[in-house]
Design a protein around this ligand. Structure first.
Ligand code: AMP
Length: 283
């Protein structure tokens, strides 16, 4: 059985009753259009907690492109069926007015320590302000023992980890591995909008990341980044950035030996859809 909760007071009530009984809570925030990647987070949360709450909320404040917001797939019924198979306990499906009763400008000023100035943040102005705003609001409502997020959105979980640390939020962030399609393409709700042909060809993104990992000790960072950009500049794809950065500060690095934690992050356009991926080079 799965419980669908729409209202914030009802969810707070449910959480409180469970906490009084010593029930541990795992939380998986999503924007819906669920796939196996999301479900892997739910399954992990279920192993590590008594009660798993999944939110489905397409957060308007993190979309810098309003067309992207309009086109974002909404598939609530099938999402709920999938969550049943992954044994989630509660699906929280609030309306925007529940999340932002005082308008969506409030709480949009969380300090991100400059981590939003690179990569996704540079190409999607305001995106991470919106992400931090909604995750903070959801954490205030759900107060989970553990929060589950995917490595797929590397910059996102790094920024949320920073927010949890600086605001001293009482939750453990658990970062989960990236689930991929058979050709290596990172699973994403946006993949549904690719043509079959582009989706097949998009395996090149992960292949390029793997090659960069392989050559990291024999080529300079600049050579690796140039190689990534060049290899992904092949129709129907247009690479937006290919950056090797420090996994903690997200600052671009010049030399892999300058850090003990190096990550290659990439964003690529295909069929007008933006795809992101990353690979940890060393940690
Ligand atoms: P989204 O619905 O895209 O906001 O994603 C919700 C959560 O699922 C985020 O923490 C994502 O990082 C995570 N996620 C998305 N795609 C994948 C994937 N392919 N593998 C694992 N986790 C993922």
């Amino acid at each position: 059985m799965i419980l669908v909760v729409e209202s914030v007071p009802n969810l707070i009530d449910l959480v409180q009753r469970n906490k009084e009984n010593g029930v541990s809570i795992g939380f998986v925030p999503t924007m819906g259009a669920l796939h196996k990647g999301h479900l892997s987070l739910v399954r992990k949360a279920k192993k590590e907690n008594d009660l798993v709450i999944v939110s489905i909320f397409v957060n308007p404040t993190q979309f810098n492109d309003k067309k992207d917001l309009e086109k974002y797939p909404r598939t609530l019924e099938s999402d709920i069926s999938l969550l049943l198979t992954a044994r989630a306990d509660v699906v929280f499906t609030p309306a925007s007015s529940e999340i932002y009763p005082e308008g969506d400008q409030k709480g949009n000023d969380i300090d991100l320590g400059g981590l939003d100035s690179y990569m996704e943040g540079a190409f999607r102005p305001g995106h991470f302000k919106g992400v931090a705003q909604v995750v903070k609001r959801l954490l205030d409502i759900v107060t989970p023992d553990r929060l589950y997020m995917g490595q797929k959105d590397f910059q996102q979980f790094t920024i949320i980890a920073h927010m949890i640390r600086t605001l001293k939020i009482q939750t453990d962030l658990v970062v989960c591995r990236i689930l991929r399609e058979a050709n290596g393409l990172a699973m994403s709700s946006r993949n549904e909008r690719l043509t079959k042909e582009t989706r097949e060809k998009a395996g090149i993104i992960y292949k390029t990341l793997q090659s960069v990992k392989k050559y990291q000790n024999t080529k300079s960072v600049k050579e690796l980044e140039d190689y990534g950009m060049k290899r992904l500049n092949i129709a129907p794809f247009i690479p937006e950035y290919f950056t090797i950065c420090d996994g903690n500060t997200l600052k671009p690095i010049q030399n892999i030996n300058d850090t003990s934690y190096a990550v290659a992050c990439v964003a690529v356009w295909g069929d007008g859809i933006r795809l992101i991926d990353n690979i940890i080079l060393k940690k």
